[in-house]
Write a protein that binds this ligand. Structure first.
Ligand code: GDP
Ligand code: MG
Ligand code: ZN
Length: 411
């Protein structure tokens, strides 16, 4: 049972305490970043780097090695120019508690080497990762293997673009909500794209109405939502251009269920590495997965994307009600209006959120999504035709650094 605390009305003192706490943690981080024996080291301290060492960006992470692209000028990499990299051995020990010590998007300091740790044959030049710059932003979920641990999916992105499709697979609104929570917490922009508009013609009037309502609701919250058909589209289409204009000069993490058309969308922006489009990612597609690894790709038309393997559902790290309601923009503005300061908005008396749901200003679906996340439920919504088997069998089971591989089934 939660103990309800009465608001003290002393908001200023509370605010100051919060600011002070943030300042102290920042100081701690600074101190930490000064210690060169640490893996994580502020970029301003890279000056002492050895000869030939260079800054780079992690573009793909595999189990025992990663691919990096040198970043001679900040913010400019050629994602076709890759080196094979491993983390310096002395750092592996200290980072053992983490599932993955480097992720796509990380900015690292590399030392060229001929002496590789991994025994693989490669033509690629090789290097050792000596330091990791503190992450500006990160997208993480709860580790499917170890509950208390976080699994960071990617870092240093400027914004998140979450893609869904009207059908095949149908929109998972709850999954979109979860991504929006992550973006809100990282204070990065979130854009929503709902694809396969052409398939709406086969859907019921009721379904179309529901989708329209959802989209209007998100727009009303201030999110940019695009509804479109990526297939048969070209870069000349105004909507496609508009999406691109939001991605130019930025690093965008692309997320969403597999099969929704993420790769098809990227391909319109002339990526340095053409993305594989799964012709048959629908119900007949069995056993294999689309893209198994997250990777960072430069777009020929400007900007970078981090394409992630589709995840059907994921569990967010546990969050308290205060923290979680921050990720729901419609609740964020109400939390100060609840009678109890640590109101969970579940069954507390005088709850402004519950009232808003009753008034219809907060959507019931979003509210249920909030409660689902609060109680640690994954984003999977019921079972649909193309969604009938769990990802579990192979989920993280191979001890991969990467995220789950989806298995599609045909029943
Ligand atoms: N009907 C329809 N299918 C599409 C559309 N866009 C992409 N697809 C198809 O959806 C499937 C999955 O696309 P893909 O780009 O690989 O999705 P990803 O897994 O999200 O990267 C492919 O068969 C595409 O041809 C669209 O606008 N309408
Ligand atoms: Mg893809
Ligand atoms: Zn409340």
């Amino acid at each position: 049972m939660t103990k309800w605390k009465y608001r003290r009305g002393d908001e200023d003192a509370e605010h100051l305490a919060k600011v002070d706490k943030i300042r102290r943690s920042k100081d701690k981080l600074k101190k930490h970043n000064r210690d060169e024996t640490q893996f994580e080291l502020g970029k301003d301290l890279w000056a002492k780097a050895g000869e030939g060492w260079f800054a780079a960006r992690i573009v793909e992470v595999h189990k025992r090695y990663a691919f990096i692209s040198p970043e001679p000028i900040e913010g400019d990499i050629d994602t076709r120019d890759v080196w094979l990299a491993t983390v310096a051995r002395r750092h592996l020990q200290s980072r053992r508690g983490e599932r993955n010590n480097i992720v796509v998007g990380d900015i690292v300091l590399c030392r060229p080497t001929d002496d590789r740790d991994v025994k693989i044959t490669t033509d690629l030049p090789c290097c050792v990762i000596e330091h990791l710059a503190p992450r500006r932003s990160r997208i993480a979920r709860r580790d499917p293997m170890v509950m208390e641990r976080e699994h960071v999916l990617a870092s240093n992105m400027d914004q998140l673009l979450v893609v869904g499709s009207y059908a095949n697979p149908g929109v998972k609104w709850g999954l979109i909500d979860r991504y929006l929570v992550l973006a809100a917490e990282q204070e990065i922009e979130a854009i929503i794209v709902i694809n396969k508009e052409d398939l709406l013609a086969n859907e019921s009037q009721e379904f179309r109405q529901k989708c329209e309502t959802e989209i209007a609701y998100f727009r009303n919250l201030g999110y940019t939502v695009f509804s479109l058909q990526v297939e048969n589209q070209t870069f000349e289409d105004p909507v496609i251009r508009e999406i691109h204009s939001m991605m130019d000069h930025k690093t965008t993490i692309l997320s969403g269920h597999s099969g929704v058309g993420k790769s098809s969308l990227i391909n319109l922006f002339r990526p340095e590495i053409e993305q594989e489009v799964e012709e048959n990612s629908n119900i007949n597609y069995k056993g294999r997965h689309t893209t198994s690894y997250a990777s960072m790709i430069k777009l020929g038309r400007g900007g970078y994307v981090i394409d992630t393997p589709g995840i059907r559902s994921f569990v967010l790290r546990e969050r308290g009600p205060v923290e979680l309601s921050y990720g729901f923009l419609e609740m964020r503005v109400l939390v100060n209006k609840c009678k109890f300061r640590e109101c969970r908005h579940v069954d507390e008396p005088g709850c402004a959120v519950i009232q808003a749901v009753a008034d219809g200003t907060i959507s019931e679906r979003r509210y249920n999504s909030y409660k689902g996340i609060l109680s640690g439920v994954s984003g999977r919504e019921g079972r649909t035709r193309d969604d009938s088997r769990e990802t579990s069998g192979r989920e993280g089971g191979r001890g991969d650094l990467e995220i789950d591989i989806e298995v599609e089934s045909d029943d």
